[in-house]
Each structure stands twice: as structure tokens, then as C-alpha cells.
Design a protein around this ligand. Structure first.
Ligand SMILES: NC(=O)c1ccc[n+]([C@@H]2O[C@H](COP(=O)([O-])OP(=O)(O)OC[C@H]3O[C@@H](n4cnc5c(N)ncnc54)[C@H](OP(=O)(O)O)[C@@H]3O)[C@@H](O)[C@H]2O)c1
Length: 395
């Protein structure tokens, strides 16, 4: 039987790679819905090729898009495709409609930022399994999301390569002592703090290993991405922060590891390609050849290096540990302040190093709400974003 899937964020880095995986897997999937943000042209092309029942966009000019889609649908359809019609949805309501549609067996949440949280919760409440790329969902509301997944018996399979690696390594979680999360170290691993302080946007976006969306690429340059991943791992696998270790591994071949109580270490290895964890997550618990293009060779890789993270150069990781341990809305604040600061850096308003300084300031000033409700989480998220933007404007 085909697995029925919807993709939130189909036009992004993870979304487009997921469609490549699905194409390679041939008839294993039926696409129920594709949702993107503003890249309506790409969404149209994807709809033409993958024939979903629904598409959802977040473009402001809704009617213009609908007209365009209409003419696109009638003009570009070949004879064989004439019978294919899809309904056009819009904005957060559209995402809600997709995620409450029980035709879905699984939803890949591959949008960036806080937009992922509500659709994920809706899908969980409707008993739909989740392949989760959007790490902000767990950083903002990990306690609530994991409790709801347990309540509704829903699988959350991580797409993030590190968590996907841990998911593959763990057989009996009660016998695991420690999680070891690897970090490539990003473009500034072997640069001085001074060079990092004066980095341009281009330099920050030049990741040596991974080709990703801009937000996560900047997070990888500051290592905040690793900080967010520690919080994600804490929620996904239920480990204390003191039992989650980060190690820098520039080759990105070992995607993460676990240490069992008896000292055995199990690691997951693979070439640095997001196709592999995406395929794992959307086909779990099956395994297919799919996207595999070449066989893994230790001889070709020749060496694997590991080193301790430099927390003086990358203080974001420490900050994430601190906020994670504080819990409640501390991580909501961390996520919101960091995201706004990253956008300001990408807009040329602040320097790379300011991202940490601004995020730290917002975290220091935040009054944490313990055990927040979803409304309180969104309230704090909004408040911190406004405060961060105002602070940056007044700099
Ligand atoms: N890229 C990676 O290798 C990687 C690895 C691990 C984890 N992740 C995580 O996966 C998530 C996505 O990362 P990415 O690199 O794929 O980001 P990206 O390339 O920036 O893509 C983001 C996607 O979200 C869509 N989007 C934005 N606003 C939306 C809205 N309101 N409604 C629906 N869709 C919306 C975008 O649409 P438009 O482009 O059409 O505006 C795009 O499809 C992030 O949370 C990231 O941390 C990514």
C-alpha cells in the first residue's frame, strides 16, 4: 500500500530533497498536500509534477496566486493530466486543514521557524505520524509536543541527521548512559574569534559540508544550531542535559552516537547527505535503496577527526544548555531572540557575534514561565520578538 504523505515546507531545502527521495522511491508514496511559503512558482511546478490533492501557500496576494494557479492548471495540463485537480489553500488555516486531514499517514514538517509548531500539534491530535525536520517545534514546546504524541500514540521520527542517527542507534533506551551529538563546526571552526566577529553574510553562509536554508546555516556558523539540537535531543529521547555531549567532527561522517551503560558506543555513519535521514524518517520502519547512489567506503574516507567544542568562541552552545536546564519558556525566549537576531544579521543590521550577545541579553532579562500552555508559549514568542527587534533598531 502506498504511504500517504503531506509536506509542510515543500519548497525549502529539506522539502525539495524530500520530493527527490519520493521520486526515487517510485510508487511508494501518494502525496496528499504540498505547502510552501512565498515561492509560489516552485510550488506550482511541484504540484504539476507530484499531483497532490491540496496545495497551500503563504503568499500575501492570495487572489493573484489563485488566478495564476487557475490559468496554470488549465493551460499547462497535458491530456493525461487533465483529470488532475488540486484545491488551493492559504496561510495558517490551510496548514491546519492539511494537518487535520486523516487521509495522511505521515506529515513531513519541513518549514523553518515557529510556523511548524501548530500544524505539528494538529497532526498529532489527529493521530498522524510526524517526520520532524522543524527543530523549533521541540525547542519551543517539547514537553507539550512529546506528551501529546504519547497520548495519541503518534510516532515522531526525527529528520535532523544527528537525531535520526540516535534514533537508529537506540535499541533499549533504558540501558543508554549518554548521547553524543556531533557538530561539523561550521565555516569558522578554524578561524580566530576576531575573524568570526568581522564575518560577512557570505562567509557565514558558506557552510563547508551542508547546503541548507539561510537561517539554519547561520545557526551552524554560530553553533546555535547545536544548542537547539541539544534541546531537541532532550525532548525526543528524554535525556538530562548533563547526559548529552557535543563533539566537533568536521568530516560529518559520524552523525551521532550513544554510549551504553557497559561502555559500548554505537554510532551511525553515512555520507553527509540529508537525503538519507529524510528517507529514513518518511519510510520508517522500512528501509529501501531509494536515493542511495554509492556504497560507503571507510578506505575512501581515510580519517575521522574529533575535538572538544571551543565554548569561548561558540558561547551559544553553553547558553542553550543553560536555557534548556532552566526549562519552561527559557527555550522559547532563546529561540525567538536568536531567530530575530539571525534575520537582522542577514539584513546587514548587526554583526555575526551580536547574535549571541543579543540572544543572551534577552534570555538574561526573561521572566521564565514554568510549565507554560501553548498560548503562553506563543505569547512569550511574540513578546521576545518585538523586544529583540526594538533592541536591534535602537542599537
Ligand atoms: N536544511 C537542512 O539540511 C536541515 C537539516 C536539519 C534540520 N533542518 C530544519 O528543517 C527546517 C527547514 O529547514 P530548511 O533548511 O529546509 O529551510 P528553508 O530552505 O528556509 O525552507 C523553509 C521552508 O518553509 C517554508 N515556509 C516558510 N513560511 C511558511 C509558511 N508560513 N507556511 C508554509 N511554509 C512556509 C518555505 O517556503 P518558501 O521558500 O516558499 O517561502 C520553505 O519551503 C528548519 O527547522 C531547520 O532547522 C534543516
Amino acid at each position: 500500500m502506498k504511504r500517504r504523505i503531506s509536506i509542510i515546507g515543500s519548497t525549502g531545502s529539506i522539502g525539495t530533497q524530500a520530493l527527490e527521495v519520493i521520486e526515487k522511491l517510485g510508487d511508494k508514496f501518494e502525496i496528499i498536500a504540498l505547502a510552501g511559503g512565498h515561492n509560489v512558482e516552485l510550488l506550482k511546478k511541484q504540484a504539476e509534477k507530484f499531483k497532490p490533492k491540496y496545495i497551500c501557500h503563504n503568499s500575501n496576494c492570495h487572489s493573484e496566486v489563485e488566478n495564476n494557479m487557475g490559468s496554470f492548471a488549465s493551460l499547462k495540463m497535458t491530456k493525461a493530466e487533465e483529470s488532475h485537480k488540486y484545491q488551493i489553500l492559504h496561510g495558517p488555516e490551510g496548514l491546519e486543514q492539511i494537518c487535520s486531514n486523516k487521509e495522511n499517514d505521515i506529515i513531513l514538517v519541513a518549514c523553518s521557524g515557529k510556523i511548524g509548531l501548530k500544524p505539528t500539534l494538529t497532526a498529532i491530535k489527529n493521530g498522524i505520524d510526524i517526520a520532524l525536520a522543524n527543530k523549533e517545534t521541540l525547542v519551543m514546546a517539547g514537553d507539550i509536543v512529546m506528551a501529546e504524541a504519547k497520548k495519541y500514540g503518534v510516532n515522531i521520527v526525527p529528520v535532523d541527521s544527528e537525531h535520526c542517527a540516535i534514533h537508529q542507534c537506540i535499541k533499549d533506551i533504558s540501558k543508554v548512559d549518554k548521547l553524543i551529538i556531533t557538530a561539523s563546526g561550521g565555516p569558522f571552526l578554524h578561524k580566530s574569534i576576531e575573524e568570526m566577529k568581522n564575518a560577512t553574510v557570505e562567509q557565514a553562509l558558506a557552510h563547508p559540508r551542508w547546503n541548507m536554508g539561510k537561517k539554519i546555516t547561520v545557526d551552524s556558523a554560530t553553533l546555535m544550531n547545536k544548542g537547539l539540537e541539544i534541546i531537541e535531543a532532550h525532548h525526543l529521547f528524554g535525556f538530562d542535559y548533563d547526559d548529552i555531549e557535543v563533539v566537533v567532527h568536521p568530516q560529518s561522517i559520524v552523525h551521532s552516537a550513544i554510549e551504553y551503560k557497559d561502555g559500548s558506543v554505537i554510532a551511525q555513519l553515512g555520507l553527509p547527505s540529508m537525503h538519507i535521514p529524510i528517507q529514513y524518517a518518511i519510510t520508517y520502519p522500512e528501509r529501501y535503496e531509494g536515493i542511495k547512489s554509492k556504497s560507503f567506503s571507510f578506505a575512501e574516507i581515510a580519517r575521522l577527526d574529533f575535538e572538544k567544542p571551543d565554548y569561548e568562541k561558540f558561547p551559544t552552545v553553553k547558553l542553550a544548555y543553560e536555557m534548556g536546564k532552566l526549562g519552561g519558556t527559557a527555550t522559547v525566549c532563546l529561540n525567538a531572540a536568536n531567530e530575530e537576531a539571525v534575520f537582522a544579521f542577514l539584513d546587514g543590521k548587526i554583526k555575526l557575534y551580536n547574535i549571541y550577545e543579543i540572544t543572551k541579553k534577552m534570555c538574561d532579562e526573561h521572566n521564565i514561565i514554568k510549565n507554560p500552555t501553548i498560548d503562553e508559549i506563543f505569547g512569550v514568542d511574540k513578546e521576545i520578538r518585538i523586544k529583540t527587534k526594538e533592541f536591534i533598531t535602537n542599537l
